[in-house]
Structures are given as C-alpha cells and as structure tokens.
Design a protein around this ligand. Structure first.
Ligand SMILES: *[C@@H]1O[C@H](CO)[C@@H](O)[C@H](O)[C@H]1NC(C)=O
Length: 151
C-alpha cells in the first residue's frame, strides 16, 4: 500500500520540477534552445539541451553562450538536486533570486547583466562561484570571498 503512496509522491515531485524548469524557460525569455518548451515535457527523458540528469533528477543546467535574455525567475529553489548551474556569457538581467537550489555547489553567471547584491549566495554550499562582468553592487560577503574559486 505504501509503495503506491511513494510512487504518487515521486510523481508530484517530478511535476513540480517540470513546472520549475518550464518557469525558468519562460523567465529567460523563451529562448530557442533545443528541447526546451514552456509547458510540460520531461527535461531528463527528452534530453533538453544543457540539462544533465542522474535518473529522473536534474543535477546541472549548462546553457553558457546561449543568447539567453530575461531573468532567473523565482522558482529555482524548487530544484532540490541541482549541483551546477552555468549560465555564463548571456544577457540575463534582474537580481539573483532569494530562492535558489540548496544543493548548489557550482555557479557560473559571468558575463551577464545581473544586478543587486550577492548576499543571497552566501547561504549556499558553493565551492565554485564566478560572478565577473555583471552589474552587481554592494560588498562581497566574506563567506563568498573565501570560496577557493571565487571570481
Ligand atoms: C533522485 O532523487 C531522489 C530524492 O532526493 C532520491 O531518493 C533518488 O535516489 C534519486 N535518484 C537517483 C537515480 O539518483
């Protein structure tokens, strides 16, 4: 009986993650990236470009040099298995959302047009962070400056 419950729960988790990645796609201005669509779809099963998975879990989103505009959106925190995000060399603007994947270890957002402060990043378990060439303001939190690969 509980097996059925677990399957149902996993299904709900997956539906939520699909919602989150659809939302990211829209937030980024609906770029033409192979596989990416605004509604439904399964990024892992359907091999969306730049999405890496382990089984059904998304572990990385790598869309550098992809001519992305728009913003990061408010739903990245829904992803609970993402370890790496590389959105470097795009035209993404707006601020870094407060809600980010708590599993995130590597973030590369260099060469974009992001603004605001870096404060929210200090709560993540990052060991790689590149924020070069954006429009950020304010101080770099000490915790971030001490990341070995901070740039
Ligand atoms: C996917 O994530 C779930 C929830 O964290 C975990 O239980 C499961 O083992 C993961 N699957 C794989 C193949 O890593």
């Amino acid at each position: 009986m509980w097996r059925k419950g677990v399957a149902k729960r996993n299904h709900l988790v997956l539906m939520t993650i699909f919602y989150a990645i659809n939302n990211l796609y829209t937030a980024l201005g609906s770029p033409s990236v192979p596989g990416w669509i605004p509604n439904a779809g399964d990024p892992c099963a359907d091999g969306w470009q730049g999405v890496q998975c382990v089984g059904p879990n998304i572990t990385a989103i790598i869309l550098n040099d992809a001519d992305l505009g728009g913003e990061l959106g408010e739903n990245l925190g829904i992803f609970t298995s993402i370890i790496m995000i590389d959105l470097s060399n795009n035209r993404i603007s707006g601020s870094i959302p407060e809600n980010l994947p708590i599993t995130l270890r590597e973030l590369n957002i260099q060469n974009n047009q992001l603004s605001g402060t870096l404060d929210v990043l200090q709560y993540l378990p990052l060991n790689y962070l590149n924020v070069e060439n954006n429009l950020f303001s304010g101080f770099v939190p000490t915790k971030l400056a001490s990341i070995p690969n901070f740039r």
